[in-house]
Design a protein. Structure first.
Length: 178
């Protein structure tokens, strides 16, 4: 190739004799065929993977990923789909009803005990009562919250609600001892 970006093309004429000529890159013609044609520059930035690039779309109108020629999602959808955690099944509805009912009973009794404790503190309860009531209340609240976080596990939510029930009993003893 010369410095003026030309290329020598060799072809045959209709009589069979060799024809040698000079043509510019991208437009070289020998007879009716293009020789040494260079494709035009890409208009879009990015890395093109051979025969798998499906455009700049990541998803169709329905939200499903665009599929490349190899049947896999195109573009970054390949990576995001590969990095997704496995889907987890929700807990059974009956299990959630049981957890909610038990937690509701704990919450209502705990609220009544908290209101009674607040009146006792205002009325002049001993100095040890307020911190102890707060600690017992926080343990019960966090145990109830933890029961819902672990709702998919087999025994943990029930054990945590049991701990919360014990804190209700301790709070009841504290309030009644005043």
């Amino acid at each position: 190739m010369s410095s003026d970006a030309t290329r020598t093309a060799v072809g045959q004429t209709a009589t069979g004799s060799a024809k040698v000529g000079s043509a510019k890159v991208g437009s070289a013609k020998v007879g009716n065929a293009r020789v040494g044609s260079i494709p035009p520059a890409r208009t879009k930035p990015g890395t093109y993977i051979a025969e798998t690039y499906a455009g700049d779309l990541d998803a169709t109108m329905g939200g499903t990923p665009v599929v490349a020629n190899d049947g896999e999602p195109a573009g970054l959808a390949r990576v995001t789909l590969a990095m997704r955690p496995e889907t987890k099944q929700p807990p059974a509805p009956g299990r959630l009803v049981g957890l909610c009912a038990w937690a509701a009973v704990i919450g209502i009794i705990g609220l009544v005990l908290a209101i009674r404790s607040a009146f006792a503190i205002i009325a002049g309860a001993p100095a040890w009562f307020a911190p102890l009531a707060a600690i017992v209340g926080l343990i019960g609240f966090s145990s109830t919250l933890g029961a819902f976080v672990t709702a998919r596990w087999r025994i943990a939510p029930w054990a945590l609600l049991g701990v919360a029930s014990v804190t209700i009993i301790v709070a009841l003893i504290l309030v009644l001892s005043l």
